[in-house]
Write a protein that binds this ligand. Structure first.
Ligand code: HEC
Ligand code: HEC
Length: 454
């Protein structure tokens, strides 16, 4: 990056040297201005994104936390929901049919190929590993290779509990070994992961039914209704499982990359990234930490939180708070991925950028290089032309302008918080109608190519 910038600078210097010997003043001014503008734009993008000089030691610690730390949430996932026993299956001391690797991959769980020793890789390649046997899943857990699920083993070598980590929802793999098995891609949302179906494997859905004041069939209908790549983070505090039209409410797992310079986090701007990390680790993963947010002490809006004192969670020891700085550093280090060459039409994207920055009004909210508002990044539902159901579940009552970098890496599952627009073309059509932009089909195509390029 920097090398490129210096290269540009030296090109500029050479140009100045060349131009000083030139006589056509008009052309000189034009060329120089153009080159300077271009160089300055590059510089702004690069320095803004690289501004934070993150401590590599802290980043490395945060990576470990993000990938492998459960914050003691085994107490919930095994202690309450018994999901370790669901994985084992009745044949191995648990209950039910067990979770084979084939089943695990089918519900979107991913395997970190780099955690597999060579001999295991050869065995899988030669077909000598039974991917339909839950015991194989236990071995994959022993190798710490199931992304976002940590298995703990007792002295006898038996699986004693499991916990979940941030990577479960916010990492995927590059499929370089086979579908669902490859190198980790941290920060990329796992849009294959069916969180609801995984939770529904519990033999203690009664716990969730009691918590939410519904019956077990309702719990199961809701969990099975989220679908792949989605989760209802608000459910644990407001108990709202359905949208006003009766359909099941759930939001897309978002990207956790490209967040440098972004003010409020989450689709509805609950707080900044550090706030939300603490919220998730305590209230969603059910880790053992401390968490306070007096806004949750609102029985009308957050009845479940009030009943369970989620506004003031106290645990000793606190396994979360001390890790928040490292976690933040790691997340900030996750830059948005660069679109592969050839994945968009360069000339069309350049035309699309002109529209984005100008007549299509996109850059009034999605401001480069962060592609969300520079400053307070929330807008009302009316401003963006959608219903306020999800916004009204948040203390802010508003929607956060989504940072758009790395859009190409999260094309699965649709766009906007709940995936209501299946394609970028639909998103653009929505804005075209809402802002009465009167874009031609060609303009829309160009805008789409630009979105694929950022
Ligand atoms: C069960 C899946 C799941 C797990 C596990 C999970 N998250 Fe999330 N995360 C979500 C969902 C869903 C959202 C979107 C919430 C919303 O806005 O409604 C989200 C939002 C976020 C955001 C906001 C992104 C943005 O664009 O502003 C950050 C940051 C984040 N999570 C970090 C974490 C960290 C750190 C952990 C571990 C401590 C974690 N998450 C664990 C599902 C998960
Ligand atoms: C008034 C501010 C505003 C303007 C103007 C605006 N957006 Fe957005 N944009 C938002 C907000 C807020 C969201 C989040 C909506 C949600 O999640 O429900 C969003 C979401 C998106 C998304 C979905 C991202 C994802 O990952 O789900 C895309 C794509 C997008 N905008 C592109 C555009 C384009 C293209 C334009 C110009 C035609 C534009 N936006 C104009 C505020 C704006």
């Amino acid at each position: 990056m920097n090398k490129y910038f210096y290269l540009r600078l030296s090109v500029l210097t050479v140009m100045f040297a060349y131009l000083s010997g030139c006589t056509k003043t008009e052309t000189i001014t034009e060329t120089v201005t153009e080159t300077i503008t271009e160089t300055v734009t590059d510089t702004i993008i690069e320095t803004t994104i690289d501004t934070l000089r993150l401590d590599p030691v802290l980043v490395a610690e945060g990576k470990e936390v993000f990938r492998h730390d459960t914050f003691g949430d085994e107490a919930f996932w095994s202690g309450v929901l018994h999901l370790d026993k669901a994985i084992l299956g009745a044949d191995n001391g648990g209950y039910g049919g067990g979770v084979s690797p084939a089943t695990a991959l089918a519900v979107g769980l991913k395997v970190d190929a780099e955690a597999l020793p060579d001999e295991v890789v050869s065995l899988i390649q030669s077909g000598d590993v039974d991917l339909n046997d839950p015991a194989t899943t236990v071995e994959l857990l022993r190798l710490n290779s199931v992304v976002g699920i940590k298995g703990n083993f007792d002295g006898a070598g038996d699986l004693s509990s499991i916990g979940i980590t941030c990577a479960l929802c916010h990492s995927t793999v590059d499929d370089s070994f086979s579908a669902g098995i490859g190198k980790r891609l941290d920060g990329h949302p796992n849009r294959d992961l069916n969180v609801g179906v995984i939770v529904s494997l519990t033999d203690n859905a009664q716990f969730l039914a009691d918590l939410l004041h519904v019956d077990v069939p309702t719990v199961n209908a809701v969990l099975n209704g989220w679908g792949p790549g989605k989760f209802n983070a608000g459910l644990m505090v407001d108990g709202i499982a359905t949208r006003p039209d009766g359909s099941i409410a759930a939001n897309l797992l978002p990207a956790a990359y490209g967040l440098q310079g972004v003010n409020l986090a989450t689709y509805t701007g609950w707080g900044d990234m550090v706030y939300w990390n603490a919220f998730v680790a305590n209230l969603e993963m059910h880790g053992q930490g401390n968490f306070t947010d007096a806004r949750l002490n609102d029985a009308g809006m957050f009845p479940i939180a009030v009943e369970n004192n989620f506004a003031n969670v106290v645990n000793s020891p606190d396994l979360i708070t001390g890790k928040l700085p490292a976690l933040q550093a790691y997340q900030l280090s996750l830059d948005a991925p660069t679109p592969p060459e050839g994945s968009y039409d360069v000339a069309a994207a350049e035309r699309g950028k002109v529209l984005f920055d100008g007549p299509a009004q996109c850059a009034t909210c999605h401001i480069a290089p962060i592609f969300t508002d520079a400053g307070f990044n929330l807008h009302t539902a009316e401003e963006i032309g959608i219903d306020d159901f999800e916004a009204s579940r948040s203390p802010t009552g508003m929607y956060r302008t989504t940072p758009l970098r790395g859009l190409f890496a999260r094309m699965k599952g649709g766009f906007y918080h709940d995936g209501r627009f299946a394609t970028l073309a639909e998103v653009i059509d929505h804005y075209d109608g809402h802002f009465d932009l009167q874009l031609s089909q060609g303009d829309k195509d160009d805008l789409q190519e630009y979105l694929k390029s950022i």
